[in-house]
Design a protein around this ligand. Structure first.
Ligand code: ATP
Length: 354
């Protein structure tokens, strides 16, 4: 069982920056785990600290139940793929893939067999004699992955593995990476600043801010119930609507109307109301029950859906609708949402209220 256990971890750079600032985390055996957060939140530092490329200032890192906090990188049983792939330009693909084995003095025949097999797994057949400079970006990325896998680490660490690929290749590589991880079943931690990538790939996501963990959960959990307004703002292709509201006996008053709310908060409490555009329903007919009245200001085509901005008593609210139901600009509309989709956050701290 090659899980990763992190306890009270802090990584402080010599300039005093606490890039990782007191973190507890458990990555389960075989899990595909994403470290997500904005630039500078400490995700790369955390990954490098797990790998042993940065040393922990406080706390412990255990891999496969063994304390490796003070173990040198080569002896931790981790394989890492760097953002720029770090391939050796003067070696061909086969030599690149098997370099870690050569360092360990594995016999040439075994290395050749490993190169063939791994190249097959990563769709690199026929490219073994080429040098990195003669490969596409996607192929280089797969060679870097092949080298990591061939080294037979217990844990795979990927630093922004898809960021150097163009948009179309990135989607292709995403599917490939997910299938490969499933097939190999190797515990994998990957760093990304792209929330869509984390939602698409990961079994679980750790959202970080300023070296700290802000939320840990499945893609579904962090999307549907962000535990604070930071995560709410960060996750989702269309931003969550966050509006000031006041709790009332019938729900929560906001943007000149009332929305139903499931949380049991005392009436009169001032909150921030959070609703995803995807969970709002827009109707153009007669208004029934609680909801928000407004006027369509603009509609943006997102492909099969449209993101409609509605002015509700001076507050702009985004709602996604199927493309064919896109209302015309200036049309009066009515917005409703199921109570369990209306989230209430503390106005001061930004934390989710029960
Ligand atoms: P990005 O997505 O931009 O790569 P990140 O979330 O991976 O960002 P880190 O690279 O881990 O963040 O950096 C975390 C913090 O530590 C930042 O404030 C950064 O400026 C600082 N930092 C990173 N490397 C060093 C270093 N070698 N010395 C001093 N400070 C550093």
């Amino acid at each position: 069982m090659a899980g990763i256990d992190i306890e009270g971890l802090a990584t402080v750079y010599p300039n005093g920056v606490r890039a990782v600032d007191g973190l507890d985390l458990h990555v389960a055996d075989g899990e595909f785990f994403a470290l997500l957060g904005p630039s500078g939140c400490g995700k790369t530092t955390l990954l490098r600290t797990i790998a042993g490329l940065e040393s922990a200032s406080e706390g412990t890192v255990r891999i496969d139940s063994v304390d490796v906090t003070r173990t040198e990188p080569g002896k931790r049983g981790v394989a890492m793929v760097f953002q720029d792939y770090a391939l050796f330009p003067h070696m061909n693909v086969a030599e690149n893939i098997t370099y870690p084995l050569k360092v360990r003095r594995v016999a040439a025949a075994t290395r050749a067999e490993t190169a063939e097999r791994t190249a097959g797994e990563l769709s690199l057949n026929g490219l073994l004699e080429r040098r990195p400079g003669q490969l596409s970006g996607g192929q280089q990325q797969r060679v870097a992955l092949a080298r990591a896998i061939a080294s037979q680490g217990k844990v795979l660490l990927l630093d922004e593995p898809l960021s150097n690929l163009d948009a179309r290749l990135r989607l292709e590589a995403r599917t490939f990476l997910k299938k490969l991880q499933r097939d190999l079943g190797i515990t994998t931690v990957f760093v990304t600043h792209d929330q869509a990538e984390a939602l698409a790939l990961a079994d679980r996501i750790a959202v970080m801010e300023s070296g700290k963990l802000r939320q840990l959960g499945t893609p579904r959990e962090v999307f549907a119930r962000p535990v604070n307004t930071f995560v709410a703002n960060f996750i989702g292709s269309t931003p969550m609507n966050l509006l000031p509201g006041v709790v009332s006996s019938s729900g929560v008053s906001a943007a000149g109307g009332t929305l139903p709310a499931a949380a049991s908060i005392p009436s009169g409490a001032e909150v921030t109301v959070g609703i995803r555009p995807e969970y709002l329903t827009l109707s153009t007919g007669d208004a029934i029950g609680p909801g928000l009245r407004g006027t369509v200001v603009v509609a943006e085509n997102l492909g099969v859906q449209s993101l409609v901005s509605v002015d509700c008593d001076g507050t702009l609210i985004g709602v996604t609708v199927p493309e064919e139901q896109e209302p015309s600009v200036g049309k009066p509309v009515f917005l409703t949402a199921p109570p369990d989709r209306v989230l209430l956050y503390d106005r001061e701290s930004g934390e989710l209220l029960a």
